[in-house]
Ligand binder design. Structure first.
Ligand code: APR
Ligand code: PHB
Length: 389
């Protein structure tokens, strides 16, 4: 097979890139290791910045989001019994939309199918070849048959564990990583969310988060040691711990129910640089991972895809190579600012066992400063709703 852009990975980054390129007349083929059903079944957060919403509308995949997604004007931080609502709309004029990544991925798959886009799922053993030359190609194995895809460019959208980043010769793509000594134990329950907006709660026993997927589907998290197994947390233990870490008034209103999904996610900060090598360009989790505290993972995949799609379209439409040359620096500029914000939120809200007493008291002072300063709240708000593309 031959295409202009070979895209590795049918997550949000790969599918959105394929859709945006297609709408501009640039041909692509997506190679995905898992089945479509597996990809669509993933439970992932969906706190969408307004710029990402705009990108999805441009891609023609925002109808269900606009009809069913929930716009949130604010978000609450709690520390012990204290609660501080950050007025996103009042401070920035902007909001975020709650629309699960599961739903978004389904919309993207449906859009690619509607336009006859080539998304080859269950494509195993993907390997990149000649990415340093002008005629890269990708080999893969699908349904028992070896395949070869010749292309002009390869977009590595295959996530943190993907093959793309590792296909560059050793040392050509550097990495920086920070691994946190804890994870998030998450529960999905068919219960009404305890609050209309999200609550990020810092407590002496650890962090907790109250989120949702809809008015009838809630998503809750508690900070746990990194090596925690979900089986060690029967539902009752989870609900009791969550209530302990929330302000009393909130805990009293919490509707509990059976966990329809329960899993532990590790927390890490990771950046690969540069986000390209030769004709290989990385986007999304393939290039960076943020701790989920700032809800930036999906939104960074969005800004990467915005920059990369524009650059590839400039190449094919105008023969202009400069946006492609600028892609890595441009994307990394926004990635590192989102890394900073995610790291700051994670430090502020989580218990670090090795935090000396002075550090713990500093966090209380940080909360006090936030509570008393519109400037500090505006800084948090402008990062949460998303810095400019
Ligand atoms: N070959 C083909 N496909 C692969 C390979 C491989 N070797 N390795 C991984 N993949 C696929 C995965 O199965 C997955 O569907 O690449 C896709 C990567 O998708 P994501 O991990 O969702 O990454 P991305 O599209 O960048 O989206 C980032 O997803 O993980 C969340 O928090 C993250 O919300 C953020 C978003
Ligand atoms: C979620 O709803 O899963 C969620 C929301 C906000 C976050 C992280 C996860 O910061």
């Amino acid at each position: 097979m031959r295409t202009q852009v070979a895209i590795i990975g049918a997550g949000p980054a790969g599918l959105l890139l394929s859709q945006l390129l297609d709408l501009a007349g640039v041909d692509s083929v997506v190679l995905e290791r898992q089945s479509r059903a597996h990809v669509e079944g993933r439970i992932r957060a969906g706190v969408l910045e307004d710029q990402f919403q705009t990108l999805l509308r441009r891609a023609g995949v925002a109808d269900r989001m606009d009809a069913q997604g929930e716009l949130h004007d604010g978000v609450t931080l709690a520390m012990g019994e204290r609660r501080l609502r950050i007025d996103l709309r009042g401070l920035t004029g902007r909001t975020v939309c709650i629309w699960g990544q599961t739903e978004l991925t389904r919309d993207l798959f449906a859009a690619r199918e509607a336009r006859g886009g080539a998304v080859l799922d269950e494509a195993g053993e993907v390997a990149l070849h000649d990415i340093e030359g002008e005629r890269p190609w990708v080999s893969y194995r699908r349904h028992g048959t070896e395949g070869r895809l010749d292309c002009d460019f390869v977009a590595g959208c295959d996530g943190y564990h993907g093959v793309s980043r590792r296909s560059a010769p050793p040392g050509r793509i550097g990495t920086r990583e920070l691994v946190y000594p804890f994870g998030w134990l998450g529960v999905l329950s068919e219960t009404p969310p305890v609050e209309r907006e999200l609550i990020y709660s810092a407590h002496a026993r650890g962090f907790a988060l109250c989120s949702m997927r809809s008015r009838t589907l809630s998503r809750y998290y508690v900070q746990v040691p990194a090596d925690t197994h979900p089986e060690a947390w029967p539902d009752e233990r989870f609900w009791n711990e969550l209530k302990t870490r929330l302000p009393d008034e909130v805990a009293a209103r919490l509707a509990t129910g059976p966990a329809v999904e329960k899993s532990v996610a590790p927390l890490r900060s990771f950046v690969a640089s540069p986000m390209r090598h030769g004709r290989l360009f990385l986007a999304g989790d393939a290039a960076h991972i943020v701790p989920p505290t700032g809800a930036k993972g999906l939104n960074l995949a969005g800004s990467d895809v915005h920059y990369l799609s524009e650059a590839l379209i400039a190449w094919y439409r105008d023969g202009d190579a400069s946006p492609l040359e600028a892609y890595s620096d441009r994307a990394l500029g926004r990635v590192w600012k989102a890394q900073r914000f995610s790291w700051w939120m994670t430090r502020l809200l989580h218990n670090f066992d090795d935090d000396p007493p002075f550090e713990r008291r500093l966090k209380e002072a940080e909360f006090d400063y936030l509570a008393g300063s519109e400037a500090a709240q505006t800084s948090l708000a402008e990062n949460y709703v998303g810095l400019p593309y």
